[in-house]
Design a protein around this ligand. Structure first.
Ligand code: F6P
Length: 320
């Protein structure tokens, strides 16, 4: 392959820039021509495409967000939009496309792949919700951002002897809640993967109060069926402890990527280009254990994510 394209799509994540840098610089060093596509699939449809070189990605390694911008394209979900995108791919002579994004972006990529385009998926999402890879780029940074917020909230929560319910991102996958909850010492963690056991949550708080605990932290993923305010109201009413809520929101999506995310992005970017160079079929790049791996794109999307039940049990024991 001589000419490739790259886009970022869906919710941005810290480390996307590091991945763009890795793809562009590896492609150039392999003698390939590389086009950057702005605003994800929307920009592809619009022909928002320009050639990149080593300098296009200077000084972005440490920056959150994505210099290529991103979008959730409604038009690309329809056949007509995808045809227009394909026209652009042909117009620019793009033989392979690197898509950095999450589940929705990969599904879009798979549609393009069915139309004859080779697509390399690089997992860029804070949610860590792709079943085929242990980690996605941006997850580690998001967890550390949440952890820093939890530490701040612990200070004030303890001074005021309150319970605080912290809502974090994660519609279908509770990994941000689980990792930040375990490392931040939360009393209870509520995940979309598990039904809420309100009795267990309240019991933990009451038992804590009885043995002199001053405050409690509950971390709840946004995808949990019970609303955050509703949960706080029930806790306050049952335990008698003043209960506040904090919704962390988009603060979790920004910030300078951690070393771990930059490492993942750099290695995955390199791997994606190596596969394109070999005229590979469409793949999803991931990490299993400590090894960068590649799965068939369609197969990767079929792989189901299991949440770490052991980690949840550890939380229960340690937060006593
Ligand atoms: O997929 C990443 C994510 O941050 C989810 O955790 C969150 O539910 C969603 O994106 C928010 O999307 P939007 O940016 O469209 O509001």
């Amino acid at each position: 392959m001589k000419t490739i394209g790259i886009l970022t799509s869906g919710g941005d994540s810290p480390g996307m820039n590091a991945a763009v840098r890795a793809v562009v610089r590896t492609a150039v060093s392999e003698g390939m021509k590389i086009y950057g596509i702005q605003h994800g699939y929307e920009g592809l449809i619009e022909g928002n495409i320009s050639e990149m070189n080593v300098s296009s990605v200077s000084d972005i390694l440490h920056r959150g967000g994505t210099i290529l911008k991103t979008a959730r394209s409604e038009r690309f979900m329809k056949e007509e939009g995808r045809r227009k995108a394909l026209d652009m791919i042909e117009t620019f002579g793009i033989e392979g496309l690197v898509v950095i994004g999450g589940d929705g972006s990969y599904r879009g990529g798979l549609e393009l792949s069915k139309m004859g385009v080779t697509v390399m998926g690089i997992p860029g999402t804070i949610d860590n919700d792709l079943g085929y890879t242990d980690y996605t780029i941006g997850f580690d940074t998001a967890v550390n951002t949440v952890l820093s917020a939890v530490s701040n909230i612990r200070d004030t929560s303890s001074s005021h002897q309150r319970t605080t319910v912290i809502e974090v991102m994660g519609r279908h996958c509770g990994d941000i809640a689980l990792y930040a909850g375990l490392t931040g010492g939360a009393e209870s963690i509520l995940l979309p993967e598990k039904p809420v056991d309100i009795n267990a949550v309240c019991r933990k708080i009451v038992q804590g109060i009885n043995r002199g605990k001053l405050h409690s932290i509950i971390i709840k993923a946004e995808g949990v069926e019970m609303g955050t305010q509703e949960l706080a109201d029930i806790i306050q009413q049952r335990t008698g402890q003043e209960t506040k809520i904090v919704v962390l929101g988009y603060v979790q999506r920004g910030g300078s990527p951690t070393a771990r995310d930059r490492m993942l992005a750099s290695k995955m970017g390199d791997k994606a280009v190596q596969f394109l160079k070999l005229d590979s079929t469409s793949k999803a790049i991931g990490i299993t254990g400590n090894e960068i791996v590649a799965h068939d794109l369609a197969d990767a999307l079929e792989m189901k994510r299991e949440f770490d039940e052991t980690a949840l049990k550890i939380v229960d024991v340690l937060s006593i």
